[in-house]
Design a binder for this molecule. Sequence first.
Ligand code: C5P
Length: 218
Amino acid sequence: DSVIRIAIDGPSGAGKSTIAKAVAARLGIEYVDTGAMYRAVGYKMKREGIGPGEEERLEAALTDTEIDFQNGVICLDGEDVSGRIRTPEISEAASVYSAIPAVREKLVRAQREIGHRRSVVMDGRDIGTNVFPDAQFKFYLTADAEERARRRFLELQEKGGTETMEQVLEDIRQRDYNDTHRELNPLRKAEDAIEVDSTDMSPQEVIDAIYRRIKDGQ
Ligand code: C5P
């Protein structure tokens, strides 16, 4: 079929969303940020006061939850929540709730539906291994934990955050641990994914490298 799927996976703070968004724009196809979907679920459960262990309440709430992208904007139950899901608290919540099978089931199904209909660049943790194991292109984007923490720290500072560099690094390490050790669809490089280590690369260099691989491979 003529639908093209490009998976970009990797740990927190590797720059996946910046890169994936730019690559999608250059190819003229849609960008889907699956992390934002897990963040929206984390945000809702926190707001409703539903703990990760409360299976029945959680499943009932999930049934009533609608997560969707409208013009590239993440919507929770019809409301744009993009401005509320980028806090350290919601990062942590996304990481915790994303380990719950019912949450993954719902979001993976939604992701497959989106990529079934149209060409996408999708970024996340398990896109190349689980959501679209048959994606035409798979990239695994990494960078040293210290470098990822430094980037995230600068980003938070710009937004007026008060976290220290040590806290941000600790947070990144904790999320790396959670994401690689969860039982269901843990973060790992797909065997056929191209690994790109961005530690010493500028965003533009990473975008160019990935774009070139796609153009050469088409
Ligand atoms: O990519 P981002 O940092 O926004 O993702 C937030 C959290 O959502 C991650 O720490 C991870 O636990 C979870 N996630 C996931 N699977 C994905 C994307 C994100 O488990 N495909």
